[in-house]
Design a protein around this ligand. Structure first.
Ligand code: HEC
Length: 118
């Protein structure tokens, strides 16, 4: 009996290890999501990307994690849609799309990545 429980325990530990590995292999990283979600079309990081929106290379030294999360999900909470806004001395038309349907885990991953850019 004890032997059986021991084997089950070992099997469970191995299984948990494998699924943790699988999750980390398949969960997209911040930089990957930044590309696949289309942020890069409008925003530049370290010399790559578009210029419709502000350069985000140092966004982590300007905005907090929660501010960035809100910006991704509801940009209108910060900038009136369609208005002209000035960020770091440059003017932009506030046209960032909202990402209300983005899974919270992806919002967190992108926001944490951006917040790390100091
Ligand atoms: C169609 C172009 C476009 C896309 C796509 C886009 N943005 Fe934006 N973004 C903008 C514009 C324009 C602004 C300026 C304010 C606004 O529109 O709300 C902005 C502002 C921001 C800001 C604030 C910058 C600052 O200096 O305060 C962050 C952070 C940001 N975007 C992140 C993202 C992320 C992350 C994505 C992808 C999930 C994304 N954006 C997708 C155009 C875009």
């Amino acid at each position: 009996m004890i032997l059986k429980i021991g084997k089950l325990f070992i099997a469970a530990v191995i299984f948990t290890g494998i699924s943790a590995l699988a999750v980390s292999a398949f969960a997209a990283s911040g930089p990957a999501l930044f590309r696949s979600e289309g942020c890069i079309a409008c925003h530049t990081i370290d010399g790559h990307g578009g210029s419709v929106g502000p350069n985000l290379s140092h966004i982590g030294s300007q905005r907090s994690l929660s501010w960035i999360k809100t910006q991704i999900v509801t940009p209108g909470a910060h900038f009136a849609s369609g208005s002209t806004v000035t960020i770091n001395g440059k003017s932009y038309m506030a046209i960032m799309p909202n990402h209300k349907n983005m899974p919270a885990s992806d919002v967190n991953t992108i926001a944490q990545y951006l917040e790390s850019l100091k």
